[in-house]
Design a protein around this ligand. Structure first.
Ligand code: SAM
Length: 222
């Protein structure tokens, strides 16, 4: 199956299931015009995160990797008025663009952006009150460190999602030119640690679509 077919399938279902969204479209355009990389989750994936948060009645969400606030907006919209997303971002510019986009999308009151290296910031977050959902989507080499903090911060029965664990096959295919990259190594380090981790139960779902061939790691906190 070619990437063109993956794109066509996403387009087909998105046209039917995801109404045109001026705030999200404008946010992506603003991020692009501000020079941010085009590495947000796809629309289908954003909506998946949104539905997941609604499915568990999430009130508190933790996100590592804000970029321009695209996935943040999807997540924030899933929360009640008194819900909160705390999202961590290294780059000042990304955080500024995200804050502007979140304000335009009308969800700024539900989102707190913490600027700086996410691991340092996460270590300062108290263990209570717990979060219902964590979405990890930043520098892949630090996946395990982020996951350990997410486990500390997410409630029993809560969900931890890690994006980009398949990465076009580079994580598992030794022939791939990026197999030895720190990012690929970061995903394998996380997967190896999860093998005997009795605090979570996990699986990986591969995904294809307009953002290529990739996958989500999905874990619940036991
Ligand atoms: N979740 C976003 C979305 O789907 O709209 C995309 C996030 S993008 C893939 C990854 C983000 O992580 C980038 O904005 C990058 O600046 C940020 N990042 C990279 N290293 C980081 C670190 N050490 N701490 C916090 N954020 C980091």
């Amino acid at each position: 199956t070619s990437p063109k077919e993956w794109e066509a399938a996403d387009k087909y279902f998105n046209n039917l299931l995801i109404p045109k969204d001026d705030a999200l479209d404008a946010g992506l355009a603003h991020a692009d015009a501000s020079g941010l990389p085009n590495i947000a989750v796809s629309a289908a994936q954003g909506k998946f995160l949104h539905l997941l948060a609604r499915s568990i009645g999430a009130k508190r969400v933790l996100e590592v990797g804000t970029l321009g606030g695209y996935s943040t907006t999807w997540l924030a919209r899933a929360l009640p008025e008194d819900g909160e997303v705390i999202t961590f971002e290294l780059e000042e510019l990304h955080a500024k663009v995200a804050a502007e986009n979140l304000a335009k999308a009308g969800v700024a009151s539900k989102v707190k952006i913490v600027v700086g290296p996410a691991h340092d910031s996460l270590l300062k977050i108290p263990s209570e009150p717990k979060f219902d959902l964590a979405f990890i989507d930043a520098d892949k080499e630090s996946n395990l460190e982020y996951f350990v903090e997410a486990k500390r911060l997410v409630r029993t029965g809560g969900i931890i999602i890690v994006d980009n664990v398949v990465r076009g096959g580079r994580v598992t295919n030794p022939e791939h030119p990026q197999y030895d990259s720190p990012g690929s190594e970061g995903v394998r380090r996380l997967a190896a640690a999860l093998k005997d981790d009795k605090e979570v139960d996990s699986t990986v779902i591969s995904t294809v679509g307009d953002k290529g061939y990739d996958g989500f790691l999905y874990a619940i906190k036991l």
